[in-house]
Design a protein around this ligand. Structure first.
Ligand SMILES: *Cc1c(COP(=O)(O)O)cnc(C)c1O
Length: 404
Protein backbone atom coordinates (compact mmCIF):
# COMPACT_ATOMS: atom_id res chain seq x y z
CA UNK A 1 0.00 0.00 0.00
CA UNK A 2 1.33 3.46 -0.82
CA UNK A 3 2.14 5.73 2.09
CA UNK A 4 -0.58 8.11 0.89
CA UNK A 5 -3.17 5.35 1.05
CA UNK A 6 -1.93 4.34 4.50
CA UNK A 7 -2.34 7.88 5.81
CA UNK A 8 -5.79 8.07 4.27
CA UNK A 9 -6.76 4.79 5.90
CA UNK A 10 -5.53 5.80 9.34
CA UNK A 11 -7.30 9.15 9.04
CA UNK A 12 -10.62 7.54 8.18
CA UNK A 13 -10.12 5.22 11.16
CA UNK A 14 -10.29 8.31 13.35
CA UNK A 15 -13.81 9.59 12.78
CA UNK A 16 -13.40 12.30 15.39
CA UNK A 17 -10.23 13.74 14.00
CA UNK A 18 -11.91 16.88 12.66
CA UNK A 19 -14.08 17.34 15.73
CA UNK A 20 -11.26 16.77 18.20
CA UNK A 21 -8.76 19.13 16.70
CA UNK A 22 -11.27 21.57 15.28
CA UNK A 23 -11.10 23.29 11.91
CA UNK A 24 -8.82 26.03 13.20
CA UNK A 25 -6.11 23.56 14.17
CA UNK A 26 -6.41 21.20 11.24
CA UNK A 27 -6.88 23.45 8.25
CA UNK A 28 -8.15 22.22 4.93
CA UNK A 29 -4.64 22.74 3.52
CA UNK A 30 -3.05 20.67 6.29
CA UNK A 31 -5.54 17.86 5.72
CA UNK A 32 -4.90 17.98 2.00
CA UNK A 33 -1.14 17.94 2.53
CA UNK A 34 -1.47 14.92 4.82
CA UNK A 35 -3.84 13.02 2.59
CA UNK A 36 -2.59 13.68 -0.93
CA UNK A 37 0.83 15.14 -0.21
CA UNK A 38 1.94 18.74 -0.73
CA UNK A 39 1.26 20.29 -4.13
CA UNK A 40 4.21 19.70 -6.50
CA UNK A 41 6.56 22.65 -6.57
CA UNK A 42 6.40 24.83 -9.62
CA UNK A 43 10.12 25.52 -9.77
CA UNK A 44 10.09 27.73 -12.84
CA UNK A 45 7.36 29.89 -11.34
CA UNK A 46 9.22 30.09 -8.03
CA UNK A 47 12.23 31.33 -9.93
CA UNK A 48 10.13 33.86 -11.78
CA UNK A 49 10.81 32.18 -15.13
CA UNK A 50 8.56 32.34 -18.18
CA UNK A 51 7.56 28.97 -19.63
CA UNK A 52 6.18 28.82 -23.14
CA UNK A 53 4.63 26.85 -25.96
CA UNK A 54 7.48 25.77 -28.22
CA UNK A 55 6.36 26.52 -31.78
CA UNK A 56 9.99 26.97 -32.80
CA UNK A 57 11.73 23.58 -32.73
CA UNK A 58 14.61 21.88 -30.92
CA UNK A 59 16.71 24.86 -29.90
CA UNK A 60 19.29 24.61 -27.14
CA UNK A 61 18.39 28.14 -26.00
CA UNK A 62 14.80 26.97 -25.51
CA UNK A 63 16.01 23.83 -23.70
CA UNK A 64 15.56 21.50 -26.67
CA UNK A 65 12.73 19.03 -26.23
CA UNK A 66 10.48 17.60 -23.52
CA UNK A 67 11.09 14.12 -22.15
CA UNK A 68 8.35 11.50 -21.93
CA UNK A 69 7.31 10.14 -18.54
CA UNK A 70 9.09 6.82 -19.19
CA UNK A 71 12.33 8.73 -19.68
CA UNK A 72 12.03 10.81 -16.51
CA UNK A 73 11.10 7.62 -14.62
CA UNK A 74 14.31 6.00 -15.84
CA UNK A 75 16.24 9.06 -14.71
CA UNK A 76 14.58 8.99 -11.26
CA UNK A 77 15.28 5.28 -10.99
CA UNK A 78 18.92 5.84 -11.87
CA UNK A 79 19.27 8.25 -8.97
CA UNK A 80 18.42 5.56 -6.40
CA UNK A 81 21.28 3.05 -6.86
CA UNK A 82 25.03 2.97 -7.36
CA UNK A 83 26.54 1.16 -10.32
CA UNK A 84 29.99 1.08 -11.85
CA UNK A 85 30.00 3.81 -14.49
CA UNK A 86 32.12 1.91 -17.02
CA UNK A 87 30.03 -1.24 -16.65
CA UNK A 88 26.88 0.78 -17.21
CA UNK A 89 28.33 2.38 -20.36
CA UNK A 90 29.45 -1.06 -21.59
CA UNK A 91 25.99 -2.58 -21.22
CA UNK A 92 24.06 0.38 -22.57
CA UNK A 93 26.48 0.72 -25.48
CA UNK A 94 25.84 -2.91 -26.44
CA UNK A 95 22.08 -2.49 -26.08
CA UNK A 96 21.98 0.62 -28.27
CA UNK A 97 24.20 -1.00 -30.90
CA UNK A 98 21.82 -3.95 -31.00
CA UNK A 99 18.78 -1.67 -31.31
CA UNK A 100 20.37 0.30 -34.13
CA UNK A 101 22.07 -2.56 -35.95
CA UNK A 102 25.54 -1.04 -35.73
CA UNK A 103 28.82 -2.36 -34.44
CA UNK A 104 28.99 -0.34 -31.24
CA UNK A 105 27.63 2.77 -29.54
CA UNK A 106 28.05 5.00 -26.54
CA UNK A 107 25.98 7.66 -24.84
CA UNK A 108 27.86 10.94 -25.15
CA UNK A 109 27.40 14.46 -23.82
CA UNK A 110 25.32 15.63 -26.77
CA UNK A 111 26.24 15.34 -30.44
CA UNK A 112 28.90 17.95 -29.79
CA UNK A 113 30.56 15.81 -27.12
CA UNK A 114 30.30 12.79 -29.43
CA UNK A 115 32.31 14.65 -32.05
CA UNK A 116 35.06 15.62 -29.64
CA UNK A 117 35.51 12.17 -28.13
CA UNK A 118 35.06 10.42 -31.48
CA UNK A 119 37.87 12.39 -33.09
CA UNK A 120 40.00 12.06 -29.94
CA UNK A 121 39.49 8.29 -30.13
CA UNK A 122 40.62 8.24 -33.75
CA UNK A 123 43.67 10.40 -32.98
CA UNK A 124 44.90 8.49 -29.92
CA UNK A 125 43.61 4.94 -30.30
CA UNK A 126 44.08 2.92 -27.12
CA UNK A 127 47.37 4.63 -26.24
CA UNK A 128 46.85 6.16 -22.79
CA UNK A 129 49.92 8.36 -23.09
CA UNK A 130 48.43 9.98 -26.17
CA UNK A 131 45.06 10.28 -24.45
CA UNK A 132 46.68 12.24 -21.62
CA UNK A 133 48.62 14.38 -24.08
CA UNK A 134 45.65 16.05 -25.81
CA UNK A 135 45.02 18.88 -26.64
CA UNK A 136 48.75 18.87 -27.46
CA UNK A 137 48.81 17.03 -30.78
CA UNK A 138 52.59 16.80 -31.21
CA UNK A 139 53.39 13.61 -33.08
CA UNK A 140 49.72 12.80 -33.74
CA UNK A 141 47.68 13.04 -36.91
CA UNK A 142 45.87 16.32 -36.31
CA UNK A 143 44.13 17.49 -39.48
CA UNK A 144 40.43 17.06 -40.21
CA UNK A 145 39.22 17.68 -43.75
CA UNK A 146 35.84 19.37 -44.05
CA UNK A 147 33.89 20.74 -46.99
CA UNK A 148 33.82 24.53 -46.73
CA UNK A 149 30.01 24.57 -46.95
CA UNK A 150 29.90 22.21 -43.95
CA UNK A 151 32.12 24.35 -41.73
CA UNK A 152 29.39 26.34 -40.00
CA UNK A 153 30.71 26.38 -36.45
CA UNK A 154 30.10 22.92 -35.04
CA UNK A 155 33.65 22.04 -36.12
CA UNK A 156 34.61 23.66 -32.82
CA UNK A 157 33.82 20.26 -31.29
CA UNK A 158 36.69 18.92 -33.41
CA UNK A 159 39.25 21.65 -32.73
CA UNK A 160 38.60 21.09 -29.00
CA UNK A 161 40.89 18.06 -29.36
CA UNK A 162 43.70 20.28 -30.60
CA UNK A 163 43.12 19.27 -34.22
CA UNK A 164 43.02 21.68 -37.16
CA UNK A 165 40.30 22.02 -39.79
CA UNK A 166 41.32 21.91 -43.45
CA UNK A 167 38.61 23.29 -45.72
CA UNK A 168 38.05 21.98 -49.24
CA UNK A 169 35.37 22.44 -51.88
CA UNK A 170 35.81 19.75 -54.55
CA UNK A 171 36.66 16.05 -54.43
CA UNK A 172 39.90 16.87 -56.20
CA UNK A 173 40.82 19.40 -53.52
CA UNK A 174 39.93 16.88 -50.85
CA UNK A 175 42.29 14.28 -52.27
CA UNK A 176 45.04 16.87 -52.62
CA UNK A 177 44.58 17.91 -48.97
CA UNK A 178 45.16 14.39 -47.70
CA UNK A 179 48.63 13.86 -46.20
CA UNK A 180 50.33 11.95 -43.38
CA UNK A 181 48.77 14.37 -40.85
CA UNK A 182 45.17 13.68 -41.93
CA UNK A 183 43.25 12.15 -39.02
CA UNK A 184 39.66 12.16 -40.27
CA UNK A 185 37.12 13.39 -42.83
CA UNK A 186 34.06 15.08 -41.32
CA UNK A 187 30.63 15.55 -42.94
CA UNK A 188 27.76 17.79 -41.76
CA UNK A 189 24.55 16.10 -42.82
CA UNK A 190 22.46 19.26 -42.39
CA UNK A 191 24.45 20.87 -45.24
CA UNK A 192 24.45 17.88 -47.60
CA UNK A 193 22.83 19.99 -50.34
CA UNK A 194 25.30 22.87 -49.97
CA UNK A 195 28.41 20.73 -50.33
CA UNK A 196 29.69 19.39 -53.66
CA UNK A 197 30.65 15.98 -52.30
CA UNK A 198 27.73 13.77 -51.25
CA UNK A 199 27.67 10.77 -48.90
CA UNK A 200 28.77 7.89 -51.13
CA UNK A 201 31.54 9.80 -52.84
CA UNK A 202 32.75 11.10 -49.48
CA UNK A 203 32.89 7.60 -47.99
CA UNK A 204 34.53 6.33 -51.19
CA UNK A 205 37.30 8.91 -50.83
CA UNK A 206 37.77 8.04 -47.15
CA UNK A 207 38.06 4.34 -47.95
CA UNK A 208 40.33 4.89 -50.91
CA UNK A 209 42.84 6.68 -48.68
CA UNK A 210 42.22 4.60 -45.54
CA UNK A 211 41.03 7.57 -43.49
CA UNK A 212 38.17 7.35 -40.96
CA UNK A 213 34.99 9.31 -41.73
CA UNK A 214 32.54 10.93 -39.30
CA UNK A 215 29.08 12.35 -39.98
CA UNK A 216 27.30 14.87 -37.76
CA UNK A 217 23.59 13.90 -37.83
CA UNK A 218 22.70 15.87 -34.69
CA UNK A 219 19.29 17.10 -35.85
CA UNK A 220 18.59 14.29 -38.35
CA UNK A 221 15.75 12.35 -36.72
CA UNK A 222 13.10 12.19 -37.99
CA UNK A 223 13.21 10.19 -40.19
CA UNK A 224 13.85 7.27 -37.85
CA UNK A 225 15.67 5.42 -40.67
CA UNK A 226 18.60 7.82 -40.32
CA UNK A 227 19.53 6.12 -37.06
CA UNK A 228 20.43 3.06 -39.16
CA UNK A 229 21.32 4.54 -42.53
CA UNK A 230 24.67 6.24 -42.03
CA UNK A 231 26.50 3.45 -40.22
CA UNK A 232 25.26 1.11 -43.01
CA UNK A 233 26.42 3.54 -45.70
CA UNK A 234 29.91 3.20 -44.26
CA UNK A 235 30.63 6.21 -42.09
CA UNK A 236 32.96 5.03 -39.33
CA UNK A 237 31.31 7.28 -36.76
CA UNK A 238 27.88 8.90 -36.59
CA UNK A 239 26.68 11.44 -34.00
CA UNK A 240 23.09 12.23 -32.99
CA UNK A 241 21.73 14.64 -30.41
CA UNK A 242 19.84 12.92 -27.61
CA UNK A 243 17.65 15.87 -26.75
CA UNK A 244 16.26 16.80 -30.17
CA UNK A 245 13.90 14.50 -32.11
CA UNK A 246 14.65 11.52 -29.85
CA UNK A 247 13.50 13.54 -26.83
CA UNK A 248 16.09 12.19 -24.43
CA UNK A 249 18.10 14.28 -21.97
CA UNK A 250 19.15 17.57 -23.59
CA UNK A 251 22.76 17.09 -22.56
CA UNK A 252 23.01 13.53 -23.92
CA UNK A 253 23.79 12.22 -27.39
CA UNK A 254 24.73 9.10 -29.31
CA UNK A 255 28.03 8.12 -30.86
CA UNK A 256 27.50 5.15 -33.19
CA UNK A 257 29.69 3.04 -35.43
CA UNK A 258 33.10 1.44 -35.41
CA UNK A 259 33.80 -0.39 -32.12
CA UNK A 260 37.54 0.25 -32.23
CA UNK A 261 37.05 4.02 -32.43
CA UNK A 262 34.26 4.15 -29.86
CA UNK A 263 36.23 2.12 -27.32
CA UNK A 264 39.11 4.51 -27.89
CA UNK A 265 36.74 7.49 -27.54
CA UNK A 266 35.61 6.17 -24.16
CA UNK A 267 39.21 6.46 -22.86
CA UNK A 268 38.75 10.24 -22.93
CA UNK A 269 35.59 10.20 -20.80
CA UNK A 270 34.90 9.82 -17.06
CA UNK A 271 35.67 8.07 -14.80
CA UNK A 272 39.14 8.76 -16.28
CA UNK A 273 40.23 12.20 -15.21
CA UNK A 274 43.39 13.39 -16.95
CA UNK A 275 41.66 13.74 -20.30
CA UNK A 276 40.12 16.44 -22.48
CA UNK A 277 36.61 15.01 -22.01
CA UNK A 278 36.51 14.72 -18.22
CA UNK A 279 34.09 17.67 -18.35
CA UNK A 280 31.86 15.81 -20.84
CA UNK A 281 30.58 13.45 -18.17
CA UNK A 282 27.31 11.63 -18.76
CA UNK A 283 25.86 10.54 -15.43
CA UNK A 284 24.08 7.23 -14.93
CA UNK A 285 20.69 8.92 -14.88
CA UNK A 286 21.23 10.40 -18.33
CA UNK A 287 22.68 7.19 -19.70
CA UNK A 288 19.48 5.39 -18.71
CA UNK A 289 17.29 8.27 -19.87
CA UNK A 290 18.98 8.23 -23.29
CA UNK A 291 18.54 4.49 -23.65
CA UNK A 292 14.86 4.59 -22.76
CA UNK A 293 14.21 7.64 -24.97
CA UNK A 294 15.72 5.74 -27.89
CA UNK A 295 13.63 2.63 -27.16
CA UNK A 296 10.49 4.77 -27.06
CA UNK A 297 11.44 6.64 -30.20
CA UNK A 298 11.97 3.41 -32.15
CA UNK A 299 8.62 2.05 -30.97
CA UNK A 300 6.63 5.14 -31.90
CA UNK A 301 4.13 5.25 -34.78
CA UNK A 302 6.12 7.60 -36.99
CA UNK A 303 3.53 7.80 -39.79
CA UNK A 304 0.80 8.73 -37.37
CA UNK A 305 2.99 11.36 -35.78
CA UNK A 306 3.85 12.82 -39.19
CA UNK A 307 0.17 13.07 -40.14
CA UNK A 308 -0.55 14.79 -36.83
CA UNK A 309 2.17 17.38 -37.51
CA UNK A 310 0.77 17.94 -41.02
CA UNK A 311 -2.71 18.56 -39.64
CA UNK A 312 -1.39 20.89 -36.97
CA UNK A 313 0.63 22.92 -39.47
CA UNK A 314 -2.36 23.13 -41.80
CA UNK A 315 -4.58 24.36 -38.97
CA UNK A 316 -2.18 27.17 -38.11
CA UNK A 317 -1.70 28.00 -41.79
CA UNK A 318 -5.47 28.10 -42.43
CA UNK A 319 -5.97 30.43 -39.47
CA UNK A 320 -3.23 32.78 -40.63
CA UNK A 321 -4.71 32.83 -44.15
CA UNK A 322 -8.03 34.20 -42.87
CA UNK A 323 -6.26 37.55 -42.55
CA UNK A 324 -6.07 39.57 -45.77
CA UNK A 325 -2.54 40.16 -47.09
CA UNK A 326 -1.11 37.02 -45.43
CA UNK A 327 0.59 34.20 -47.32
CA UNK A 328 1.86 30.90 -45.99
CA UNK A 329 4.26 28.26 -47.19
CA UNK A 330 4.34 24.71 -45.86
CA UNK A 331 7.72 23.03 -46.36
CA UNK A 332 9.89 20.20 -45.07
CA UNK A 333 13.67 20.79 -44.79
CA UNK A 334 15.42 17.95 -46.71
CA UNK A 335 18.06 17.33 -44.02
CA UNK A 336 18.03 18.26 -40.31
CA UNK A 337 14.77 19.27 -38.65
CA UNK A 338 13.01 17.24 -41.34
CA UNK A 339 9.43 17.96 -40.17
CA UNK A 340 6.39 19.80 -41.57
CA UNK A 341 7.17 23.48 -41.11
CA UNK A 342 5.34 26.72 -41.77
CA UNK A 343 6.49 30.12 -42.98
CA UNK A 344 4.08 33.01 -42.59
CA UNK A 345 4.66 36.14 -44.68
CA UNK A 346 2.62 39.26 -45.21
CA UNK A 347 2.63 42.58 -46.94
CA UNK A 348 3.48 45.03 -44.16
CA UNK A 349 1.52 47.78 -46.00
CA UNK A 350 -1.64 45.77 -45.36
CA UNK A 351 -0.82 43.95 -42.12
CA UNK A 352 1.04 46.65 -40.25
CA UNK A 353 3.41 44.72 -38.04
CA UNK A 354 7.02 43.64 -38.63
CA UNK A 355 8.01 39.97 -38.42
CA UNK A 356 10.16 40.72 -35.35
CA UNK A 357 7.26 42.49 -33.62
CA UNK A 358 4.94 39.57 -34.42
CA UNK A 359 7.34 37.14 -32.76
CA UNK A 360 7.62 39.51 -29.78
CA UNK A 361 3.82 39.76 -29.47
CA UNK A 362 3.50 35.97 -29.48
CA UNK A 363 6.28 35.72 -26.90
CA UNK A 364 4.79 38.40 -24.65
CA UNK A 365 1.24 37.01 -24.80
CA UNK A 366 -0.45 34.53 -22.48
CA UNK A 367 0.45 31.78 -22.88
CA UNK A 368 3.81 32.81 -24.24
CA UNK A 369 4.64 31.27 -27.65
CA UNK A 370 8.14 30.99 -29.12
CA UNK A 371 8.56 31.05 -32.89
CA UNK A 372 11.52 31.55 -35.20
CA UNK A 373 12.21 33.35 -38.47
CA UNK A 374 13.78 36.49 -39.87
CA UNK A 375 12.76 39.87 -41.37
CA UNK A 376 10.82 38.09 -44.15
CA UNK A 377 8.84 35.40 -42.35
CA UNK A 378 7.68 33.95 -39.05
CA UNK A 379 8.59 30.27 -38.80
CA UNK A 380 6.58 27.64 -36.94
CA UNK A 381 6.86 23.91 -36.30
CA UNK A 382 4.56 21.81 -34.12
CA UNK A 383 6.70 18.74 -33.36
CA UNK A 384 7.87 20.08 -30.00
CA UNK A 385 4.36 21.04 -28.83
CA UNK A 386 2.01 19.14 -26.57
CA UNK A 387 -1.01 17.97 -28.59
CA UNK A 388 -3.74 20.62 -28.44
CA UNK A 389 -1.34 23.55 -28.18
CA UNK A 390 -1.57 23.97 -31.96
CA UNK A 391 -5.09 25.36 -31.45
CA UNK A 392 -3.80 28.03 -29.08
CA UNK A 393 -1.02 28.91 -31.51
CA UNK A 394 -3.45 29.04 -34.48
CA UNK A 395 -5.77 31.33 -32.53
CA UNK A 396 -2.98 33.68 -31.35
CA UNK A 397 -1.38 33.89 -34.80
CA UNK A 398 -4.73 34.87 -36.30
CA UNK A 399 -5.45 37.38 -33.52
CA UNK A 400 -2.09 39.14 -33.70
CA UNK A 401 -2.23 39.37 -37.51
CA UNK A 402 -5.84 40.51 -37.53
CA UNK A 403 -5.19 43.20 -34.91
CA UNK A 404 -2.26 44.65 -36.90
C1 LIG B 1 22.33 20.60 -32.32
C2 LIG B 1 23.49 20.36 -33.21
C3 LIG B 1 24.75 20.03 -32.69
C4 LIG B 1 25.00 19.99 -31.21
O1 LIG B 1 24.33 18.94 -30.65
P1 LIG B 1 24.16 18.77 -29.08
O2 LIG B 1 23.43 17.49 -28.94
O3 LIG B 1 23.42 19.97 -28.59
O4 LIG B 1 25.53 18.71 -28.50
C5 LIG B 1 25.77 19.74 -33.57
N1 LIG B 1 25.57 19.77 -34.90
C6 LIG B 1 24.39 20.11 -35.45
C7 LIG B 1 24.23 20.13 -36.93
C8 LIG B 1 23.30 20.41 -34.61
O5 LIG B 1 22.12 20.74 -35.16
Amino acid sequence: MSSRRKVLKSLTALPLVGGLLGPSLLTAKAIEDTVVGPAPRNFFKELGLRTFINAAGTYTAMTGSLMHKEVTSAISYGATEYVNLDELHDKVGERIAELLGCEYATVSSGAFGAMTIGLAGIMCGMDEKKVAQLPDTTGLKNEVIVQKAHDIGYTHALINTGAKIIQVTTAKELEKAINEKTAMLWFLNANTEQGEIKWEEFIGLANKHGIPSFIDCAADVPPVENLFKFTKLGFDLVAFSGGKGIRGPQSAGLLLGNRKFIEAARLHTPPRGTTIARGMKVNKEEVLGMMVALELYLARDHDKEWKLWERQIKLISDNALTVKGVETEIHVPPHANHVPSLRIRWDENIVKISKDDMRKKLRDGHPSIETVGNKEAVGITTWMMDPGQERIVAQRVKEVLAEA
